[in-house]
Design a binder for this molecule. Structure first.
Ligand code: ARG
Length: 457
């Protein structure tokens, strides 16, 4: 049964019906549609469109329907109705007869779908905020556990200066913290209630829209009916939050894939999150991480899709807006899954500390220290930089790290170098010197970890 048809003399073409119907994906708004309908029934009772008894009967039927279909939402998808709003109304009429036909008084599917989608976005955001926190806690555990492990730090994927594995983990923890704040802000901004905007001009019944908004847990009602039914900022914003966060996850995935490669061999991923090759028995592939990296594409694609759908769309509601849902659902599911999967990766990650320390020592990552040492002896930095460049070239030829050159060898390049150079070339001293807020010194990392433990609870 369609919600319209009075002014039509012909049935829809089945191909058009399939093209036009949205139930196969908007069935996911079932609970939101029931929740909004309950609030609307109560609002109608307050303005005497429904009697107290009628309202009570409708609420009972809505509750019954919700209970009946809980856990069976997938069945709704194939019920044949045009959309979730049509489905709920039909089922209601089946339960309470003619009374069910009164619920749509003063309401349009345009404000109804706008409401349902906002309710959905709000609870999806709440779930995602929890998932971000859960991943942050896993990262923090690993950062805490491996505090002392000195790790090669890179720029241009060339070994640059030593850092610690903790410091690396904490870098991603910061990104996730911004993802958390970004999503909380988006949730806060979307938290206004469009119900009562009707098709486009506002409902003709004297509904107290502020009270209605409160009853649905919103911080207030929307202030313009044209905007309220056509606003999809929250879809674009959640997709934007998802995209930025997926870009972070993708970078983390890529770093770990590199660290897990046969060439680096810094980390070992658990059997739980890797898979084998059907041909090559020795292989253990980082599929979880590759999929996280790969899925970033479809989330960013969904953002582009939603921006493009809304671009140049005339006010107010247009059917184009029905295209807002599939990309949103898919992207938020994907984001959530990737956050969970990354947490699983960190749950059992192992470090090959020997390999890591050897790599941190190699690559002349203490060359900057030697330059600073020369500066401390009065050599201008630009000159020191060039001297150290020559020392490194020599050391490469000798196949030795800097700390294994003798004082005599050093002095060939600059006479001020003496015995006291060796302690400053050690990795420990390099770290310890960077004892500024946000720096890599163990003392800083320890303080940061303690602060984050409190912050994440
Ligand atoms: N299925 C529609 C959507 O998702 C619901 C609103 C339909 N409105 C209408 N005026 N036909 O956007």
């Amino acid at each position: 049964m369609a919600l319209w048809g009075g002014r039509f003399t012909q049935d829809s073409d089945v191909r058009f019906k399939h093209f036009n119907d949205s139930l196969r994906f908007d069935y996911r708004l079932f609970h939101e549609d029931v929740e909004g309908s309950r609030a609307w029934a109560q609002a109608l009772a307050k303005v005497n469109v429904l009697s107290e008894q009628e309202c009570a009967d409708l609420l009972r039927a809505l509750n019954e329907l919700e209970q009946e279909m809980s856990g069976r939402e997938q069945e709704i998808a194939v019920a044949g109705d045009e959309d979730i709003h049509s489905y709920v109304e039909r089922r209601l009429i089946e339960k309470v007869g003619a009374l069910g036909k009164k619920l749509h008084t003063g309401r349009s599917r345009n404000d109804q779908v706008a409401l349902d989608l906002k309710l959905f976005c709000r609870s999806a955001a709440d779930d995602l905020l929890k998932a971000i926190r859960a991943l942050q806690r896993e990262l923090l555990k690993v950062a805490d556990q491996y505090q002392g492990v000195i790790f090669p730090g890179y720029t241009h994927l060339q070994r640059a200066q030593p850092v610690t594995f903790s410091h690396f983990c904490l870098a991603y923890l910061q990104m996730l913290d911004r993802d958390f704040v970004r999503l909380s802000n988006a949730r806060n901004l979307l938290n206004t209630c469009p119900l009562g905007s009707a098709a486009l001009a506002g409902t003709a019944y004297p509904i107290d829209r502020e009270a209605l908004a409160q009853s649905l847990g919103f911080k207030g009602a929307t202030h313009n009916s044209l905007d309220a039914v056509s606003d999809r900022d929250h879809v674009m914003e959640l997709l934007s939050c998802a995209s930025v966060s997926m870009v972070h996850l993708s970078r983390l995935a890529e770093d770990l894939i590199i660290y897990n490669s046969g060439e680096a061999n810094f980390i070992e991923l658990s059997d739980k999150v890797t898979s084998g090759s059907s041909l090559m028995p020795q292989k253990k592939n980082p599929d979880a991480l590759e999929l996280i990296r790969g899925k970033t594409g479809r989330v960013v694609g969904a953002l582009m899709g939603s921006l493009t759908t809304v671009k140049a769309l005339p006010l107010a509601y247009d059917k184009d807006l029905q295209e807002d849902k599939e990309g949103l659902f898919d992207a938020l599911d994907t984001w959530h899954e990737c956050l969970d999967m990354m947490a699983l990766v960190f749950e059992d990650i192992k470090l090959n500390t020997d390999k890591i320390e050897a790599a941190a020592k190699g690559g002349y990552s203490n060359a900057t220290e030697l330059a600073d040492y020369l500066v401390s002896k009065g050599v201008p930095f630009r000159e020191a930089h060039s001297v150290v460049g020559q020392v490194v070239l020599y050391a490469i030829e000798q196949k030795k790290p800097l700390e294994e050159l003798s004082v005599a060898e050093f002095q060939k390049f600059n006479a001020v170098i003496s015995d006291d150079v060796y302690p400053i070339l050690s990795l420990q001293s390099i770290l310890a010197k960077r004892n500024v807020l946000g720096g890599v010194a163990l003392e800083q990392t320890r303080a940061e970890i303690e602060a984050l433990k409190k912050h994440l609870g």
